[in-house]
Design a protein around this ligand. Structure first.
Ligand SMILES: Cc1ncc(COP(=O)(O)O)c(C=O)c1O
Length: 384
């Protein structure tokens, strides 16, 4: 097999070998149900609680403020619907660039009679905290804004938005799936009441995640069942997965600062290399307030899926900023909300780097992308 280069870390990451080693006993001999009171159950419970402690320490919050879920999607659903259903009615403030887990939860609540304001963003993808202030009404029950956007990497001003929410005594949820374990986050300084995070973006296993819920936050359960997770989330916990998430967090706590610098340098080498070799290219997202490993690059007059498939033939994994839905190619809703012109939005490709990415990988991708784009443009009527 030829060279393979994975530049899709915002989609998922390989599980760290130390994480796998820590998980294995919980799939084998420590298989008990953590709710059982016998020795087998207690062993499983110990793994679960050690992980909870590691995550609580990392976030500098209480252990009883961490709830485990089946994914970032569930954490977002639980946060948004849990707060809304506890109140029964009201108004929610969010943005147009949230992940679908938040957007579609809001839309589901609208069908139940809640009202939602979807705030615009500027050309870099930023939400304006003053827009949040203006949107808040006497019946506002929740502000939910993501920390960093998964497509373009723009980091939202959550500290300023949190200040606004707090001044109006409105609970503040932050979807931190793309930043948790990649950069520091201070939930007290940012006035965050609920923070979603996920395991498989930080070298942990898939299908496990968590939600920080500040003590005293009024929440309804979204899933009915047993008394697990202090009645916040019914269902037997994914013990091995949670143990893996805990270990992944512990590793990120010691690695993330140096990794951010290393990955940012590689990301900048990638975009500079592409810009030097390929004409008619632009980088989407905020120039500086951006996830260190994320480069969303638009190639004018080329369809992103064609570039993704061309790179795939070269063993490179990146993701398309536009998607083919029912035969039509649609630009990304995030780029549309940012006002990126269609001819650029259609040719957006997201490269997201991670702990395994090397300078050789980056140079290989730069070399691979140039002839792909050149050939696609030669075959395209609009670019001639
Ligand atoms: C910002 C954001 N929120 C939520 C999710 C959903 O997380 P999960 O894949 O763990 O369900 C993702 C995953 O891409 C994401 O990027």
């Amino acid at each position: 097999m030829g060279r393979r280069v994975y530049l899709d870390h915002n989609a998922s990451t390989p599980v760290h070998p130390e994480v796998i080693a820590e998980m294995l006993p919980y799939l084998a001999e420590r298989f008990g149900n953590p709710s059982s009171i016998h020795g087998f159950g207690r062993e499983a419970r110990e793994g679960l609680e050690t992980a909870r402690e590691r995550i609580a320490d990392f976030l500098r919050v209480g252990k009883d403020e961490i709830v485990f879920t089946s994914g970032g999607t569930e954490s977002d659903n639980l946060a948004v619907k849990g707060v809304a259903l506890a109140r029964g009615r009201g108004h929610i403030v969010t943005s147009r660039v949230e992940h679908h887990a938040v957007l579609r939860s809001c839309q589901a609540l609208e069908r139940q009679g809640f009202t939602v304001t979807y705030l615009p963003v500027d050309g870099d993808g930023l939400v304006d905290p003053d827009d949040v202030r203006r949107a808040i009404r006497p019946d506002t029950i929740l502000v939910t804004i993501m920390h960093a956007n998964s497509e373009v990497g723009t980091i939202e001003p959550v500290v300023e938005i949190g200040r606004v929410a707090r001044a109006h005594a409105v609970p503040f949820h932050v979807d931190g799936v793309q930043t948790f374990g990649k950069m520091p986050i201070d939930v007290d300084a940012a006035g965050i009441d609920l923070l979603s995070f996920s395991s498989h973006k930080i070298y942990g296993p898939k299908g496990v995640a968590g939600l920080y819920i500040r003590k005293g936050t009024r929440m309804a359960a979204v899933q009915d069942g047993g008394e697990h997770e202090r009645r916040r989330r019914a269902g037997t916990e994914n013990v091995a997965g949670v143990v893996g998430l805990g270990k992944a967090v512990e590793i990120r706590a010691r690695e993330m600062a140096a990794e951010a610098l290393r990955v940012r340098a590689l990301r900048d080498r990638l975009t500079a290399g592409i810009e030097a070799r390929v004409p008619d290219v632009r980088v989407n997202g905020h120039p500086t307030r951006r996830l260190p490993g994320t480069a969303n690059v638009s190639f004018r007059h080329v369809e992103s899926e064609s570039i993704v498939l061309g790179l795939d033939l070269k063993g490179v994994g990146v993701s398309a900023g536009s998607a083919c839905t029912s035969g039509n190619v649609e630009p990304s809703y995030v780029l549309v909300a940012m006002g990126v012109p269609l001819e650029w939005a259609m040719g957006a490709v997201r490269c997201s780097l991670g702990r395994g990415t090397t300078a050789e990988d980056v140079d290989y991708v730069i070399d691979a992308v140039e002839p792909i784009v050149r050939k696609l443009r030669a075959a395209s009527p609009v670019s001639r």
